[in-house]
Design a protein around this ligand. Sequence first.
Ligand SMILES: [Zn+2]
Length: 468
Amino acid sequence: MTKKHFNQEAVLAFWKKNQKEITRTAAGMVAACLISVGAAALIQPDAYAVYYNGEIVGYVQDTAYVDEALEQMKASVMEATGVQEVTIDRDGLTVEQFKEKTKDITFSDADALTAALVEKKAYTCEAYTITVDGTPVLAMNSEADAQAVLDRVLESYSSANSKILEVSYKEKVEIVASDAKDLQMAQDIDSAVSYILTGTEDPRTYVVEKGDTLWDIARANGMSSAELIAANPGFNPNYLKIGQQLNLVAMKPFMTVTITEEVTQLESIPFTTAYTSTDTMYKGQTSIISAGKNGSKEVVSRVISENGVVVSEVILSETVISQPVTQTAYKGTKALVYTAQGRSVTLANPMDRIVITDRYGASRGSRRHVGIDLSNPKGTTIKAAADGLVTFAGYKSSFGKLVIIDHGNGMTTKYAHCDTITVNVGDTVSQGQKIATVGRTGNATGNILHYEVLINGKNQNPINYLDY
Ligand SMILES: [Zn+2]
C-alpha cells in the first residue's frame, strides 16, 4: 500500500496502532479517572460534556483531558496523512459543565476522547486539492506537488517519435487550496499519478498465454467478457495475442488528456510484379526473372488522442525514401495437361466464349466456390472438355441441371445450371461434343455455366485448364 486515505478509518487505525506511544503521558490520568468513577455513585463529581458542532463527543471529569486529547488528535492526523497544516477547530468545540445525574454516563479518558475527536474530525487540514470540473479528486501536501502530478499526467500520454502540438485537459482541472480532511490524500507524486490515470486503487493486468480464450481469462478474474473488453479500449477480442497485456480492472481515468501530435513513421511500399506471358509454362506456374524489393516512405500524420486512444488521424505528408523495385516474372499460359498412368488429358474450353463472372475459391459464406462461373446467353452450347463417359445427367439440388463426365484416370468435369441437357448417363462423348446449353437452373444468379474440374475427387482451379 503506497497510499494513505485521508479518512477517519485510516486515522483511527493509525491512532490505535500508535496509541501507547502517543498517550504515555495520559497513563496517570487514566488511573485517576478510574478512582473517580468508583466514587461516582456516592458523591456527585465534577462532570463536563464535550460537544463538537453541537454533537456530543464525550464526558470528562477534568477539562485538562480535552486539551490533551486535541493535541493528540492533531499529532495523529499529521502523522497519518503527512499534512503539515493541521489546525484544531476550536471554534466548533464547546465544553459545558454537566449538571444531570452522572451515574448513567461513561466518562472518557484522554485516549477515548482523542478517538472520538478524530472520528468527529474536529480539525481543518490545509492541502492542495486537484479538482476536475469542480469535483475534488485528491489532495497533495503542497501546490508544487499538485502541479507536478498534473504535469506527469499530461506527459504520460505522449508517445515517442512524436512532436507534441497541443496538450490539454478536456475537463476544467484546477488546484485549489482547501480543507482536505474528507479527501483522498496521496502520499507521493507517483501514487497520485497512478491514482488519477487508472481511477482505481488496484489496477491489475494479465499477460495472455498460449491456449487462453477471452472467456477463460474473464471468468478466472471474476469479470464478464464484456467487462474485460470494456477494460481494454482498442483491443480486438477476436485477435488475442500471446504475450499481450490486458487490463483486468476497467481503467477510468479522472480526467481526459487530449493530445494533438505530429507523428512520423517509416512505412513500407510493397513492390508489384510485372509478368511476361510464356507458353513454355503451364497456367498457374510462375518463375521469377528478377526479384522485387519493397520501398519505404516517411509518413507524417497529425494524430489526436484522448487518454492514449486515437480519435483522429490525418496524413500531412508522405515522402518516398526509396522506390520499390518491380519484380519481373514469367507467367505460364499453356493449359494444364493432366497426366496419369501414361495417359495425358488436355481439357478444351467448355464454351467458345470465356467470360468469368465468379472465380474459384470465392467466398460462399462459410464455404468456398469450388468451380468457376462462366457467363453466356441462355441456350449457348456447352461442350465436353475431353473424351469421356457421362456418369450423371439430370437435376441435382442447387446445381440445377447437371452433367458429370468421367475422363478416366481420376479426372472428372462438372457442368451445372444447364438449361437443356443433350446427353444421357452411360453415353460416351468426345472432346468438343455438345452436351448441354447454358441456363440458370438450380441456385444460379444468371445464365451461367458453373464449371468444375476434379482430380481423384478433389476440386482443382479450372482456370488453369482453360485456354483463353
Ligand atoms: Zn458457380
